[in-house]
Design a protein around this ligand. Structure first.
Ligand code: ZN
Ligand code: MN
Length: 257
């Protein structure tokens, strides 16, 4: 028997057996989005997938295929849609993809899900998809399905952020393609990081509102919103350790595993 943490690498009887034994299904929800000149388009795919894999190992779970496209990139959290390569779904499309996944896996016996969001803009469309999926299952008479939905970056100790940002944490939104994501990529896929291309322009500043469509000069042209200088794999390891231990704790608490 293949003993993979990745659902897609199992045969159907293996999947069925693990689900019958109560395996939790982890669904990473990513994006194909620009991450500056120094990082690849799949940062928001690699990071939540890595977190799911590590947490799933702790709790005997399975990782479903990552959703590789996300909801539209916004100028203040992802640089915006105008960057070549940023390829996104309408909110409705993303929600329906999730709805269908939950419904089909639920119909096949999965009862416990953890949706791990890896792209800031995905959060509410993911909630919508989850809500629709659970509603369909209820209408089919399946009423005992439970799901957690979380953003992995929320699971970090304050002291870790203080250590990484002695001058103050700029906030999750501005961290797009910046120190945190670059450090995690240096940890996981250094082959995909070109440190010589890290922009030298420092932190962006935005007003506390959006303008649609974004006026000229509103977009950060490099696509990097804070500062990626000083990124290190060691910082990525501190973050990953927090993400995995704190998310594992939460999953154990909610699902009693
Ligand atoms: Zn990202
Ligand atoms: Mn993103």
């Amino acid at each position: 028997m293949v003993d993979s943490i990745y659902m897609a690498e199992l045969s159907w009887p293996e999947w069925q057996e693990k689900i019958a034994n109560g395996a939790i299904i982890f669904i990473p929800v990513g994006a194909t989005e620009q991450h500056g000149p120094h990082l690849p388009l799949n940062v928001d795919v690699i990071l939540p997938t890595a977190v799911c894999e590590r947490v799933a190992r702790q709790v005997g779970g399975l990782v479903a295929p990552t959703i590789q496209y996300g909801y539209k990139s916004m100028p203040r959290s992802g640089g915006g849609q105008s960057f070549p390569g940023t390829t996104s779904l309408d909110a409705n499309t993303l929600s329906l993809v999730l709805r269908d996944i939950i419904r089909d896996m639920g119909a096949h016996g999965a009862r416990r899900f953890v949706l791990i969001v890896g792209h800031f803009e995905n959060s509410w469309p993911v909630v919508e998809g989850l809500d629709l999926g659970l509603r369909e299952l209820r209408r089919d008479g399946i009423t005992d399905t439970t799901a957690m939905k979380l953003e992995y970056w929320d699971f970090v100790h304050r002291e870790t952020l203080d250590k990484i940002f002695p001058d103050g944490f700029p906030g999750t939104e501005l961290e797009h393609a910046s120190l945190i994501e670059t450090s995690l990529m240096l940890l996981l896929r250094p082959d995909l990081v070109d440190e010589t291309k890290i922009p030298q322009e420092g932190r962006a500043s935005f007003p506390p509102y959006d303008i649609h469509p974004a006026p000229p000069g509103y977009l950060r042209l490099s696509g990097v919103l804070a500062d990626a200088r000083g990124s290190r794999a060691e910082i990525g390891q501190w973050l990953m350790d927090d993400h995995v231990s704190l998310i594992t704790q939460a999953v154990k608490k909610e699902f009693g595993v």
